[in-house]
Design a protein around this ligand. Structure first.
Ligand code: AGP
Length: 610
C-alpha cells in the first residue's frame, strides 16, 4: 500500500523524507517520489521502481528546502511509471495520496473542460487540479482544501504543500490512516507510526473525516464538518532504529525464526507462566452469554480466524460464522442481538476488514479485534482489543503475525470454554499447558531446516501444487498455499482433504506435488491417510507433514515422496506448529525461484483500498 511522509522543519527535508520512505518500503510499492519548496517554488523528484532509483535521481539532482512531502506508490490507477508517481503537482500545490478517489473521472472531465492539462493517468492528480482551481479563485489554502474535500468520493489520506508558504502542510484522512508527528522544532505527517519513528514518538492519529493544518507552531484539526476538534497525542513504543534483517537473508526468514520468541511474548501477556492460568484483559462482552461469534478478516488473518472457528465450536461450544471481509461487508448478514464480532488483522488498517467491523458496529455487535498494531484504526474502533506481540512484521508475507494471532485466539477460546463451563479446570489447564509448550516445539522445528531446502527443489518447477488437510489442518493447508503463491508465484490451492475425491483428484499426476498436513495424533489422521493413499495411487507426488507416529503409520501403508517429521503436540495447538513448515517450504521455494521474497510483485503489506 502507498506510504506517505511530510516534514516541516529546520533541517533539509529531502534526506529525511527518503529515510522515512525507506521505512515504508515494507508496505509494498512500485514507484516513489518527493517534493520540497525551494525559494517557495515546488520542486519534485520521482522514480519508477525501488527507492534506490529515487536516491540515484536525487544524487544527480539534489533537492533543497526545509518543507517537503514523500510517497511510495502502490499503483491503483495508471501504470507504475515516473509520470504516475507521486507527488502530483500544479504550480500552486503538490500532494501525495493513499487510497482511491472514486469520482476522479468526472472531476478530470470537469477540470479538463476548464482547460486544465493533466500529465498523469492517476486519480490523484485530479485533486491537485481541484485545489488549484479554488486557489486561483482567490481562496486561501485552508479554504481551498475545505472546499475540495467534500467533492471527493472514495478513500484517501492526502498531504499537501503549497507554493509560497514554507510553513504550511495540510493533510486529510478518510478511509486511509494518517498521523501527525510532533518533533523538536519540526512537524510531520505519516501514514503510520513506523514511518515517523526515527523522527518522533509523539503521534496524533487523525480520525475518520479529519483534516489538519500543520505549521511549526503545531496542528489545528478539523472534523469533516470543518469544526475544530481535539485529538489525543500518544507516545508510540516503536523504536527509531531502522529494523534490520540481522544475519538473515530476508526479513521473512528472520520473522519465521522470531516466532518462538514472539509467541512466548504474546502468551506471557495472557498466560501466567507459573500457574498456567489465563488472564484476559477486560472485555466489553460476557463470553459466557454471547449467542454466536461472527469472524471476519482477509488473507492469512482470515485463515487464523478459520482455525479459531474450529476451536470455538469444539472447545467452547459457541456457534461461529466466518467470512472473508470483502464478501461479508456487502452481503448484509443478519446478526444476533448481543453477538460478538471478532476481527483479525496484522496491520489493523485493512480497508475490507475495517468496513466489515463498521457494519457489525452499526448492527450493535460487541466488537473485538486481534491486531498487531494497537494504535491502528481497527483497534481504535473496537470495544475490546487483544494485541499480538509479534513486533513490526516487515516481510509482506505474514508469518509471525499469523502464529501470534493463533496464540491469542487460542487463549480467547480457552477463556470462553472456561466461563461457559464447556471445559472444566483440568481440561483448560491441560490445553493451556499445551499452549505454553508451543515456543519450545517451534524452536525444535527451526533447528533442522535442511530437509525443507531439499524439498523446495521438488516444488520449484511445479506448475501447480495442492495442499491438503482436515479439521484445523485445513486452514493451514489454505495458508500454506497462499504463502507459496504470494512469494514464489507458483499456483497453489489448499483443499479440505475429504474434498479431493469430489473433483480436484483429476489434477493429480506426476507433475503435481501434494503437501499433506496430518498430525499423527489427530482424530482425523486415518481419514487423511486414506486421501493420501488415493493421491499416491494416482502417481501423485506426496510430501507428508506429520509427527513420528504419523509418518510411521503412513509409511507402513504407502511411500510418500518425502516426509517432514514434526514434534508431537496436542491436536489443539497443532495448527500453530504446522504453520512453520508451510512457511519454510514457501520461503525456500521462493529463494530457489529468485523472486523478491520480502516484497513480492503486486503485493502490499497493508491493503487500505477496496
Ligand atoms: C499475508 O501473507 C498476506 N500478505 C495478506 O493475505 C494479509 O494477510 C491480508 O492482506 C490481511 O492483512 P491484515 O492482517 O493486515 O489485515
Amino acid at each position: 500500500m502507498c506510504g506517505i511522509i511530510g516534514i516541516i522543519g529546520e533541517r533539509s527535508a529531502a534526506p529525511l523524507l527518503v529515510e522515512g520512505l525507506k521505512r515504508l518500503e515494507y508496505r509494498g510499492y512500485d514507484s516513489a517520489g518527493v517534493a520540497t519548496l525551494v525559494d517557495g517554488q515546488i520542486n519534485r523528484r520521482r522514480a519508477e521502481g525501488k527507492i534506490v532509483n529515487l536516491q540515484a535521481v536525487m544524487e544527480k539532482s539534489p533537492l533543497s528546502g526545509k518543507i517537503g512531502i514523500g510517497h511510495t506508490r502502490w499503483a491503483t490507477h495508471g501504470l507504475p511509471t515516473e509520470m504516475n508517481a507521486h507527488p502530483h503537482a500544479t504550480k500552486r500545490v503538490a500532494l501525495v495520496h493513499n487510497g482511491i478517489i472514486e469520482n476522479f473521472q468526472s472531476l478530470r472531465n470537469t477540470l479538463k473542460g476548464q482547460g486544465r492539462v493533466f500529465e498523469s493517468e492517476t486519480d490523484t492528480e485530479a485533486v491537485a487540479h481541484l485545489v488549484t482551481s479554488f486557489l486561483e479563485e482567490g481562496m486561501t489554502a485552508e479554504e481551498a482544501v475545505a472546499k475540495t474535500l467534500p467533492q471527493l468520493e472514495g478513500a484517501f489520506a492526502l498531504v499537501m504543500i503549497f507554493s509560497g508558504d514554507e510553513d504550511l502542510m495540510i493533510g486529510a484522512r478518510r478511509g486511509s490512516p494518517l498521523a501527525i508527528g510532533y518533533g523538536n522544532g519540526e512537524m510531520y505527517f505519516g501514514s503510520d507510526a513506523l514511518a515517523l519513528a526515527p523522527l518522533t514518538q509523539q503521534i496524533c492519529y487523525l480520525e475518520e473525516g479529519d483534516w489538519a493544518v500543520v505549521s511549526l507552531k503545531g496542528a489545528r484539526i478539523f472534523s469533516d464538518a470543518n469544526e475544530p476538534v481535539e485529538r489525543k497525542n500518544v507516545e508510540t513504543a516503536l523504536s527509531g532504529a531502522l529494523i534490520g534483517k540481522g544475519n538473515y537473508r530476508h526479513f521473512m526468514l528472520k520473522e519465521i525464526h522470531e516466532q518462538p520468541a514472539v509467541i512466548g511474548d504474546t502468551l506471557h501477556a495472557v498466560l501466567n507462566p507459573a500457574t498456567r492460568k489465563i488472564s484476559m484483559p477486560p472485555m466489553s462482552c460476557d463470553l459466557a452469554s454471547i449467542p454466536r461469534i461472527t469472524i471476519s478478516a482477509c488473507g492469512t488473518a482470515y485463515y487464523a480466524g478459520l482455525v479459531a472457528k474450529y476451536w470455538f465450536e469444539k472447545y467452547a461450544r459457541i456457534p461461529v460464522e466466518i467470512d472473508v471481509a470483502s464478501e461479508f461487508r456487502y452481503r448484509e448478514a443478519p446478526l444476533p442481538d448481543g453477538g460478538l464480532s471478532l476481527f483479525v488483522s496484522q496491520s489493523g488498517e485493512t480497508m475490507d476488514t475495517l468496513a466489515a467491523l463498521r457494519y457489525c458496529k452499526r448492527a450493535g455487535q460487541h466488537i473485538m479485534s486481534v491486531v498487531n498494531v494497537p494504535e491502528s484504526s481497527i483497534a481504535r474502533e473496537s470495544d475490546t482489543v487483544l494485541p499480538t506481540f509479534a513486533g513490526p512484521e516487515i516481510g509482506v508475507a505474514s508469518t509471525k503475525a499469523f502464529t501470534t494471532q493463533l496464540t491469542v485466539l487460542a487463549c480467547i477460546v480457552l477463556e470462553a470454554a472456561r466461563v461457559r463451563g464447556a471445559l472444566d479446570a483440568r481440561q483448560v489447564s491441560h490445553l493451556a499447558n499445551a499452549l505454553a509448550e508451543v515456543p519450545g516445539r517451534l524452536a525444535e522445528v527451526l533447528n533442522n531446516l535442511s530437509e525443507y531446502e531439499r524439498i523446495a527443489h521438488i516444488l520449484v518447477d511445479a506448475r501447480d501444487v495442492l495442499y491438503l488437510g482436515r479439521g484445523t489442518a485445513y486452514p493451514i493447508a489454505l495458508e500454506g498455499a497462499l504463502k507459496l503463491k504470494e512469494i514464489s508465484y507458483i499456483h497453489a490451492e489448499g483443499y479440505a482433504a475429504g474434498e479431493m475425491k469430489h473433483g480436484p483428484i483429476a489434477l493429480i499426476d506426476e507433475n503435481v506435488p501434494v503437501i499433506c498436513i496430518a498430525p499423527g495424533n489427530d482424530p482425523l489422521f486415518d481419514k487423511t491417510m486414506g486421501n493420501v493413499q488415493e493421491v499416491i495411487a494416482r502417481g501423485g507426488i506426496v510430501i507428508f507433514l506429520s509427527d513420528k507416529e504419523g509418518v510411521a503409520k503412513m509409511e507402513s501403508q504407502a511411500k510418500p515422496k518425502a516426509c517432514l517429521v514434526l514434534p508431537e503436540v496436542d491436536p489443539f495447538v497443532a495448527p500453530i506448529l504446522y504453520a512453520i513448515p508451510v512457511q519454510l517450504l514457501a520461503y525456500y521455494t521462493a529463494v530457489l525461484k529468485g523472486t523478491d521474497v520480502d516484497q513480492p510483485r503486486n503485493l502490499a503489506k497493508s491493503v487500505t483500498v477496496e
